[in-house]
Design a protein around this ligand. Structure first.
Ligand code: PBG
Length: 326
């Protein structure tokens, strides 16, 4: 007789009380595993709530500092900065603005937080794409890589604790590593968006970062969802190029790849619970169709069960209140 049929009640026995369920739980995490995105918009006055992304706003610098102070009190210590430059500025001003925000945040909070800086050009290019276009509208890779490296180096010089390239240009992790090393920032880690899909789940973000492509889509540089081999190879390549931390994005739709990428690279792999995923939970909650907080906690446990080392989530600042340990 198999073990299953000989012990028909054993599963129910172990689920009958919270203590027993907790004893049998295999996934745990603390607020230390969560990263809170922050959008800082150049010259913005009053904070602008981001459509669909409850509890998250586009912030001017002063509001951002006040928000981060509150988040620190709520146990958050990792932040992912999206610096959104004023649309009228020159493309080269993007790195300068990013660095000024990093410097202001680090001047105020120093080692109380770990500040990761998203490195991508889509908030600063005229067409909203993640690359600089050549005269014929195609990707100018050398100029793009140079511009990305400029932003990363300026961020590091201003005190960033890590940089996080999200552009999906070929070779950018190696470029950033080399540029950082050459400028004396060999200890600044790179958290690469290493397996990032072309996805319908980035909508609220693109409003927040003013980065929606003005023409076409991002399918010529982000990964096709049908492409498992390419998805794993992309992370392998980032690891070979020197990425310290890898990532799948969107998180829930790439759960199946976290374990295989970790096994193929021997690197930690995180999950980005992207804006559309988070907003869908908000929408269900607002419609009275789910308990938002419980659903959020459920998704975090699922990321951890799938092997995610860290989770980038718009709800990190709620974690302590939801009962996640500090
Ligand atoms: C920039 C970038 C995007 C996200 C993070 N960095 C948008 C995109 O690729 O279009 C999405 C994050 C989210 O939706 O929460 N390239």
């Amino acid at each position: 007789m198999s073990a299953v049929t000989s012990a028909p009640w054993s599963r129910l026995r172990l689920r009958q009380s919270a203590h027993l369920r907790d004893l049998c739980a295999e996934t745990t995490f603390t607020v230390a595993h969560l990263i809170q995105p922050v959008f800082v918009v150049e010259g913005l006055g009053a904070a602008e709530p981001i459509t669909g992304l409850d509890g998250n706003s586009r912030l001017g610098l002063d509001d951002a500092l006040a928000t981060i102070a509150r988040d620190l009190d709520a146990g958050v210590r990792h932040f992912l900065l999206f610096a959104v430059p004023s649309p009228s500025g020159a493309a080269s001003a993007f790195g300068v603005f990013t660095a000024s925000v990093v410097a202001a945040i680090k001047a105020r909070f120093a080692e109380r937080l770990c500040l990761w800086v998203d490195v991508c050009l889509c908030s600063s290019t005229p067409d909203g794409h993640c690359a600089i276009a050549d005269g014929r509208g195609r990707i100018d890779l050398p100029s793009t890589l140079a511009a990305l490296a400029d932003v990363a180096v300026r961020a590091a010089e201003a005190g960033a604790d890590g940089v996080s390239p999200s552009d999906m240009m070929d070779g950018r992790t190696a470029w950033l590593r080399q540029a950082l090393d050459d400028r004396g920032h060999g200890m600044v880690p790179i958290m690469s968006y290493s397996t990032k899909f072309a996805s319908q789940f980035y909508g609220p973000f693109r409003e927040a970062a003013a980065s929606a492509p003005r023409h076409g889509d991002r399918k010529h540089y982000q990964i096709d969802v049908r492409s498992r081999t390419d998805a794993i190879a992309s992370s392998v390549r980032c690891a070979v190029e020197g990425a310290d931390l890898l990532m799948v994005k969107p998180g829930l739709t790439a759960l199946d790849l976290i374990g295989p990428i970790r096994d193929a690279t021997q690197r930690l792999v995180g999950a980005y619970q992207v804006s559309g995923e988070y907003a869908s939970l908000c929408a269900l909650g607002r419609a009275g169709l789910t308990n938002f907080d419980a659903a959020l906690l459920e998704t975090w446990h699922v990321f951890r069960r799938a092997g995610a080392a860290y989770i980038i989530t718009y709800g990190a600042r709620r974690a302590l209140a939801l009962g996640v340990s500090a």
